[in-house]
Write a protein that binds this ligand. Structure first.
Ligand code: FES
Length: 190
């Protein structure tokens, strides 16, 4: 006894189906491997890259980078002689309350060595900033006194915001050797 087939035999394609398959096959032959297909693919890739660039332009990294202006607390939270290091990692700044040329003030020192750009370390016991790369040393006011650093650390602008807090602005820098530490934006008197 013969077994009954699980699937009925496939009926032969109709003229309409044959015509459609023929058309698709012809189109595929034209598109794949032809100069027209290569040109079309290049065009698509170029447009995709352009679109990617546009998205990158519209949504730059500013959302993940720390802001250039930020608040660091109220002046009376800083005691005389204090070097606050907690903003160093996130913002690259030390907030210092100290005297400069006899004037008690709060200033924001940039944590970049003026030799070749390493990050110095504040040594509380020795009351100095020490660069681990080539040994430059800076006093608490940022002035260089040992090692190869050719000039003092730089300051960022700092001011009192509307709410009374100190606000640092990293878009403006002040250099002692250019006489810029005299500028009122480079410190807050206390
Ligand atoms: S980078 Fe600081 S001493 Fe050279």
């Amino acid at each position: 006894m013969s077994e009954k087939s699980a699937h009925p035999p496939t009926p032969p394609p109709t003229d309409k189906q044959r015509h459609r398959r023929g058309f698709l096959a012809a189109t595929a032959r034209v598109l794949v491997g032809s100069p027209m297909a290569i040109g079309f693919s290049s065009l698509v890739v170029t447009h995709l890259l352009w679109l990617l660039g546009l998205v990158r332009f519209m949504f730059p990294n500013i959302l993940t980078e720390p802001p250039s202006r930020f608040k660091v607390g109220f002046p009376d939270e800083y005691s005389p002689g204090q070097v606050e290091t907690k903003f160093k990692n996130r913002f690259g700044v030390w907030i210092v309350r100290h005297e400069y040329k006899g004037q008690p003030q709060i200033y924001a020192l940039r944590t970049v060595c003026t030799h070749l750009g390493c990050t110095p370390i504040w040594l509380e016991a020795e009351q100095k900033f020490k660069c681990p790369c080539h040994g430059s040393g800076f006093f608490k006011d940022g002035v260089n006194f040992e090692g190869p650093a050719p000039r003092p650390l730089e300051r960022y602008a700092v001011e009192i915001a509307d709410d009374g807090q100190l606000e640092v602005d990293k878009s403006r820098k002040y250099q002692a050797e250019l006489g810029q530490w005299k500028e009122p934006e480079s410190f807050v008197p206390v």
